[in-house]
Design a protein around this ligand. Structure first.
Ligand code: SF4
Length: 216
């Protein structure tokens, strides 16, 4: 069987800036391509992604990590990584004792049934994917959900999807007005002050720390 190749936009080490693991060191695998085309997308465009096999990805990731690190975090992001056949890549990364954190827009919410203590799924819904997100039964569908503001309001939050919900201001970097970015942040803070949260400690701010501290 030929080894699956993936269009890899970049592999880099940084600080996770969003959600539950904000502030944690992590190695990012950014796969090229997405099934959506959001106007506020801040994913850097890469005209010619690298075409890498699972082993080549693993090799690059391993070079970025201090070998004795306990369960290093590998963030599999995009684009939308789930448009690619990534299940075996995830399985391989888990077999190396890494934590694997998948970031998805929720288009393919039922694709992953990898119940593993080191597998973490972050969903950042988009208007197109929100109707597809369902509570999957006994367990939560996602480990965390990031609600982009002002695309959504707290009324859109489906509390049954996860135990961890975040309001994240849309911040599109250099292409966006700093005034707009600040306005989005203030809207998040206002929502956090006024929203009725039905479960304890389930809603907080995801401020995109990496942008605030000037790292990738
Ligand atoms: S889903 Fe994410 S990666 Fe895809 S276009 Fe929208 S913001 Fe960009």
């Amino acid at each position: 069987m030929t080894d699956q190749k993936f269009p890899v936009a970049e592999i880099f080490w940084s600080i996770q800036g969003e959600g539950y693991y904000a502030g944690h060191p992590a190695t990012f695998i950014r796969l090229a391509g997405c099934n959506l085309a959001c106007s506020f997308c801040d994913t850097p465009s890469t005209s010619v992604p690298m075409n890498l096999s699972t082993e080549e990805i693993l090799d690059q990731v391993t070079k970025l990590i201090v070998p004795t690190t306990y369960q290093p975090i590998i963030v599999l992001t995009g684009g939308e990584p789930s448009i690619h056949p990534i299940e075996l890549l995830i399985t391989k990364l888990l077999s190396q004792n890494f934590r694997v954190h998948l970031e998805t827009n929720g288009s393919f919410s039922n694709t992953f049934n990898l119940h593993h203590s080191r597998f973490w799924v972050t969903c950042s819904p988009k208007p197109e994917t929100l109707p597809k997100l369902h509570h999957s039964g006994g367990a939560y569908t996602y480990d965390e959900v990031k609600w982009l503001i002002p695309t959504f309001t707290p009324k859109d939050i489906n509390w049954t999807l996860s135990a961890h919900h975040y309001l994240q201001p849309i911040h599109t970097g250099a292409s966006s007005s700093p005034v707009t970015n600040l306005c989005n942040l203030k809207t998040c803070i206002d929502y956090l002050r006024t929203t009725c949260v039905p479960y304890p400690h389930t809603l907080s701010l995801s401020s995109q720390l990496h942008k605030l501290i000037g790292v990738r």
